[in-house]
Design a protein around this ligand. Structure first.
Ligand SMILES: Cc1ncc(COP(=O)(O)O)c(C=O)c1O
Length: 319
């Protein structure tokens, strides 16, 4: 199968490492190693999205997310490398002192508009309306939806499957587990598995939205990709298990138990998980798969998000 053209922005392939925690050995795919500034899963999607933006001669990117969005931070950095400006539409409040991902976007001097949650629910139409206004003054705007999760972005994780399927450690595993936010990572993995004929389990830990809602979101990204690229494969949803109940404190919050786990895991392995995505996904992984056998064959995908920890420094600053 011919993949669409992409840019080369991420450090790929990312390694798979063996870790031992709670007397259990298991594997972690280090997608937090895709870059330092670019760190995490979003840059894989941006390699495909930004090539499309360049092809369409965009001068400005509009994209959106929470105020600590990893996707927004990665977009600003990658777009500036290509000489493209970015405007961010962020769910949150303007703060006196920006930290974490937002600090990086501030360093990049990016145009930012803050929205309430109510306004953010209409962010796609807000971006579309403002894009029309700019078009009227001859500015070419390229809109990237939340998390970079659309027909183009999803190729980042189709390509991830191509990459991981060549790594011997993956061949021995029975499946993978990762955080699920906007659905693009899992949609890409499902499509990648379909393309390669891989039949392993995919566990997705929901951090925002529940399984009932997320299955619809994932399905529409999959269908959009199949339609746009005329792919003749069928995603097998029986491989997918979306898990609720690991982000009950809310998307922007991190429960004390998760803070404890993130610290303990860091102290024993030297690996930092983030408070919004990978910390919650690992909480599920820890509960379900660790401490029962000496070896576990579900591979954990560390999708990055390191900067998010700085935005929650108060939670981590004690014992
Ligand atoms: C660090 C991190 N992990 C996982 C995810 C989830 O990926 P997706 O939005 O593709 O579901 C995101 C983004 O939402 C993220 O920033």
């Amino acid at each position: 199968m011919k993949f669409p053209t992409k840019l080369h922005l991420a450090n790929l392939p990312t390694p798979i490492q063996q870790v031992e925690y709670k007397n259990t050995k298991f594997l972690i795919k280090r997608d937090d190693y895709t870059g330092s500034e670019f760190s995490g899963n979003k840059i894989r999607k941006l390699e495909y999205l930004l090539v499309d933006a360049k092809r369409k001669k965009a001068g400005t990117i509009f994209t959106c997310g929470g105020e600590q969005s990893n996707h927004c931070r990665a977009t600003v950095l990658a777009a500036s490398k290509l000489g493209i400006k970015t405007k961010l539409f962020l769910w949150g409040k303007k703060r006196k002192h920006a930290t974490g991902n937002l600090l990086i976007s501030n360093i990049m001097d990016v145009e930012t508009e803050f929205l309430t949650l109510k306004q953010y629910k209409n962010v796609n139409s807000i971006m579309a309306k403002q894009s029309d206004l700019r078009k009227a003054s001859n500015e070419k705007v390229y809109i990237i939806p939340t998390g970079g999760s659309n027909a183009q972005g999803v190729w980042g994780y189709i390509n991830f499957v191509e990459e991981i399927s060549k790594q011997p450690e993956f061949k021995k595993s029975k499946g993978i587990l990762c955080a699920n936010g906007s659905g693009g990572t899992i949609a890409g993995i499902l499509l990648g598995f379909a393309i390669k004929g891989i039949r392993k389990k995919i566990f997705g830990v929901n951090v925002i939205g529940d399984a009932k809602e997320m299955i619809g979101v994932i399905n529409s990204i999959v269908e959009e990709c199949l339609y746009t690229y005329k792919l003749k494969v069928k995603a097998d949803y029986s491989l997918l298990e979306l898990m609720d109940g690991y982000s009950n404190e809310g998307y922007k919050r991190t429960s004390p138990e998760k803070v404890c786990l993130i610290k303990d895991f860091a102290r024993q392995t030297g690996i930092i998980l983030d408070p919004t995505y990978t910390g919650k996904a690992f909480y599920a992984y820890n509960e379900i798969f660790l401490g029962k056998n000496k070896r576990n064959n579900i591979l954990f995908i560390h999708t990055g998000g390191l900067f998010g920890i700085f935005a929650k420094s108060k939670l981590f600053f004690d014992n």
